[in-house]
Each structure stands twice: as structure tokens, then as C-alpha cells.
Design a protein around this ligand. Structure first.
Ligand SMILES: NC(=O)C1=CN([C@@H]2O[C@H](COP(=O)(O)OP(=O)(O)OC[C@H]3O[C@@H](n4cnc5c(N)ncnc54)[C@H](OP(=O)(O)O)[C@@H]3O)[C@@H](O)[C@H]2O)C=CC1
Ligand SMILES: O=C(O)[C@@H]1CCC=N1
Length: 269
């Protein structure tokens, strides 16, 4: 899907760069993208040079554009003056900051009429992201935001902004939990006698392959798990440990709850 939209991205860090890569790969015209970030790293500068993205150009008011905020919630106040100088009655702010509510954004940016609060995740960089969002803007801007956010992978609107913090705990932070599982699998492989590099290669490929099978229109996770598990075989022996007494399930519930709680705290940061 290729379309033209003029974007100013504030924050060229991990999430900003991940979205930028996803946008470019999906065909969004790179000449239409400006990145504002105080210390662009080599990778960002290389990507920008390769694709014609402008980094830290002088900004002027540009009607109809999307301003994407990918700075830390704790630092967003620093860009209020810059946003005030570029805001027009058509400006749409798309924030991906954890915790910050649309009400918070309205207080921070009183000149801006329209907001989308989104929560993407890092696999956006490879077109396999999961983004959820809520909107307080016109139907046309909602469509624009949806095209932008869905260009990096799966996307859905949430009806209730109160669900954004729980979604942050599941899909926003979720890739980190799975990367940790990959590390656990590597360590367990080493403990079981595999050379470290072999264990790591096996763990990475296994988590990536299992993730690929969880395509949205594919079988359920439960069905896929059953497909691996031969009755009385090796997987059953392993899963009896992993699922014993619901300990892991309880830990994952606590993990998501802690992340959601931190998102609520960040609203006030
Ligand atoms: N990382 C993730 O997986 C996800 C992150 N998010 C959200 O994305 C946002 C960014 O997170 P993340 O990318 O991890 O953090 P990073 O620290 O990697 O990126 C933040 C970027 O913002 C830049 N920045 C700081 N001040 C300004 C400013 N005044 N104007 C423009 N840019 C500025 C920083 O530059 P410098 O380092 O030079 O100060 C840095 O490059 C957060 O709000 C987070 O909640 C949402 C979903 C997932
Ligand atoms: O850890 C964080 O605060 C951000 C938001 C979701 C993923 N990373």
C-alpha cells in the first residue's frame, strides 16, 4: 500500500526509527517525512540519506500533516513550543507515548485540534507490528491515521481509551517478554549441553518460527500447541513443568498488570 502523507516525526529513537523503517518499506513517500530528534544516530542518518528523509530541517506550518510523537512521555513538554509554531487548524497529532491520555495531550498542545493516541510495538520495523489506537479527530483524519499506523503491520481501533494501558502491557511491551523467553530458551539449551551459539540459533529460530505461525488468520495458539504435543511425548513432558500450578500464567498476568500500572503512572510524568 503506497500513499502520500506529510509526516513530522518527533523522536528518532527506537520506536520512532522502527515506525520510520516500516513507513518507508510500505511505500509512504520518504520525501514527505521529516524527523526531529536532537542526536540522530548513524543508523537513522544512514536510512535518511538512503531514502531522502529530512532530519532536523527548519519547520514551518504545513496544513494537513500528521505530527507523530515518539519521544519519552517524561520529555514531551520540551517540544510544546515547537508544536505551537507548526500547529494549524488541520494538524493531527498521533502520539505513541505510553500512558499520556488524549486529555493530557490537549493540555500540552492547546493549539492542536485533533489527536490520535496509539500504541505500536517494535516489530513495526519489519512490517509485523501490532498497533492499537483511539481517536479524537475528524473522520478524514481517522482514516489518515489508520493508513499510517496500519502500514507497519496489524492495526485496530479501541472503543475505550481506558483500555490503552492494558493494551500497552500486552502488545506494546509484549515483544520484550518474548525476547526474554528466547533468552531463557538459550540458557536452558546451554544447561542441557548445547554449545552457546547453537543454543542461541535454535532459540531464535524457534521463537521466530512459532511467531510466524501465529498469523492473525491462522489456528489458535492452543491448537498450535496441541499440534506440537504428541501424547506422552517430549513436549508433554516439558509442558507439564511449564504449566504446573498455573505459576507461569500467574507471572504473565502480573507482568501485564505491572506494565499497565506503569503506563498509568507515566500519564503524570
Ligand atoms: N520502544 C518501544 O518498543 C515502544 C515505545 N513506545 C513509546 O515510544 C516513545 C519513544 O520510546 P523509545 O523509542 O523506546 O525511546 P528512545 O529513547 O529510544 O527514543 C526517544 C527519542 O526521542 C528523542 N528526543 C528527546 N527529546 C526530544 C525532543 N525535544 N525533540 C525530538 N526528539 C527528542 C531522543 O533523543 P536523545 O536520545 O538524543 O535524547 C530519542 O531519540 C515513548 O513515548 C514510548 O512510550 C511505544 C511503543 C513501543
Ligand atoms: O517500555 C516502555 O515504556 C515502552 C512503551 C511500550 C514499550 N516500550
Amino acid at each position: 500500500m503506497s500513499f502520500e502523507v506529510s509526516i513530522i516525526l518527533f523522536g528518532g529513537g527506537r520506536m520512532g526509527s522502527a515506525m520510520l523503517r516500516g513507513w518507508i518499506a510500505s511505500g509512504i513517500g520518504p520525501g514527505a517525512i521529516h524527523v526531529m530528534t536532537p542526536r540522530p544516530d548513524e543508523a537513522l542518518l544512514g536510512l535518511a540519506a538512503e531514502c531522502g528523509v529530512r532530519v532536523n530541517p527548519p519547520l514551518t506550518a504545513r496544513a494537513g500533516q500528521a505530527v507523530v510523537l515518539a519521544v519519552k512521555p517524561q520529555r514531551v513538554a520540551e517540544i510544546a513550543d515547537q508544536i505551537a509554531t507548526i500547529a494549524t487548524p488541520d494538524t493531527l497529532i498521533v502520539s505513541v507515548m505510553a500512558g499520556k491520555t488524549i486529555a493530557d495531550l490537549r493540555m500540552l498542545f492547546p493549539e492542536v485540534p485533533s489527536f490520535v493516541r496509539a500504541m505500536p510495538n517494535l516489530p513495526a520495523a519489519v512490517g509485523s507490528g501490532m498497533t492499537v489506537a483511539v481517536a479524537d479527530c475528524s473522520a478524514g483524519q481517522r482514516l489518515l491515521a489508520e493508513r499510517l499506523l496500519s502500514s507497519t503491520g496489524a492495526f485496530e481501533w479501541l472503543d475505550d481509551e481506558a483500555l490503552m494501558d492494558a493494551a500497552t502491557g500486552v502488545s506494546g511491551s509484549g515483544p520484550a517478554y518474548l525476547f526474554y523467553i528466547a533468552d531463557c530458551l538459550t540458557s536452558a539449551g546451554i544447561a542441557a549441553g548445547l554449545p552457546a551459539e547453537v543454543a542461541e540459533r535454535l532459540a531464535r529460530a524457534t521463537v521466530a518460527g512459532a511467531g510466524a505461525m501465529l498469523a492473525p488468520d491462522g489456528p489458535s495458539a492452543e491448537q498450535l500447541r496441541r499440534d506440537v504435543t504428541s501424547p506422552n511425548g517430549t513436549t508433554q513432558a516439558g509442558l507439564e513443568i511449564l504449566t504446573a500450578d498455573g505459576v507461569l500464567m500467574g507471572l504473565v498476568e502480573q507482568t501485564v498488570a505491572a506494565a499497565a500500572m506503569r503506563a498509568r503512572e507515566l500519564a503524570a510524568a
